[in-house]
Design a protein around this ligand. Structure first.
Ligand code: ATP
Length: 236
């Protein structure tokens, strides 16, 4: 079943149009990556899908349109964003940040269970529940940002460059967790990532964005075999 269908997505800032008609789909259970150079419009795509900026075109999640929904309504529908640069609340504790992620839920017991579940998946958080998020390391903050997004029980997780600024070892750990969440918890993933090597290892399918348009798409295996893609994104 198609989870997310995006047709002719346009968006921008003021008079400046950044997306000129992006088409993509995500099937239920898939992990999909969007690759593209700086400024291609990857973050803008994620922000439009999350309801943070207005957009044109047709976006349907589980068969119903997302157009015109505010960010909290998009979350309520089952789409949650891990923003670029993490965006945790620095003065709130780890636990409080997790509760913010569950702000739309009323099932106290389920929330408690989910906090335990994600603290199990992200042990670095379990050890620091009472610590202010702003005092965590970059990697720990990124883990918190992902866990917080998961607290809304999304069907689709939008992850905007989660590896940015993190040490390779932390990145490997984070991507391992994302793969587990996708495969074992049934959360579909749309990932924006500069590190193509990593992204292709995690994702089944790929879209290549250039100047606000999708210029190529295919399976991760097809992309790895494509010489132009290899040169531009994998460096060999
Ligand atoms: P990066 O990998 O560098 O984050 P990206 O593919 O995510 O790149 P976007 O952040 O979507 O690219 O930016 C696309 C274009 O939109 C860029 O030319 C950028 O300068 C412009 N842009 C982004 N945010 C704003 C904003 N708030 N106001 C005006 N222009 C913006």
């Amino acid at each position: 079943m198609t989870l997310l269908s995006v047709q002719n997505l346009t968006a921008g800032y003021g008079q400046a149009r950044v997306l000129h008609g992006v088409d993509l789909t995500i099937e239920e259970g898939e992990a999909v990556v969007v690759l593209g150079a700086n400024g291609a419009g990857k973050t803008t795509t994620m922000r439009a899908l999350a309801g943070l900026i207005g957009f044109g075109g047709r976006v349907e999640f589980e068969g119903s349109p997302l157009a015109g929904l505010r960010p909290d309504a998009v979350v309520a529908r089952g789409v949650s964003l891990v923003p670029q640069g993490r965006g945790t609340f620095p003065h709130l504790t780890v636990l409080e940040n997790l509760h913010v992620g569950a702000a739309l839920r009323r099932d106290k017991r389920g929330i408690k269970e989910d906090i335990e579940r994600w603290c199990g998946v992200f042990p670095v958080l379990a050890e620091r529940t009472g610590q202010a998020a702003g005092t965590l390391s970059g990697g720990e903050q990124q883990m918190l940002a992902v866990a917080r997004a998961l607290m809304s029980r999304p069907r689709l997780l939008l992850c905007d460059e989660p590896s940015l600024g993190l040490a390779p070892k932390i990145v490997a750990e984070l991507f391992g967790i994302l793969a587990t969440i996708n495969r074992e918890q049934g959360v579909s993933l749309l990932l924006v990532e500069q590190n193509a090597e990593l992204a292709l290892a995690l994702a089944g399918r790929v879209y290549l964005l250039e100047v606000g348009r999708v210029i190529a798409s295919g399976t991760a295996a097809e992309f790895r075999e494509d010489e132009t893609v290899r040169r531009a994104y994998l460096g060999y």
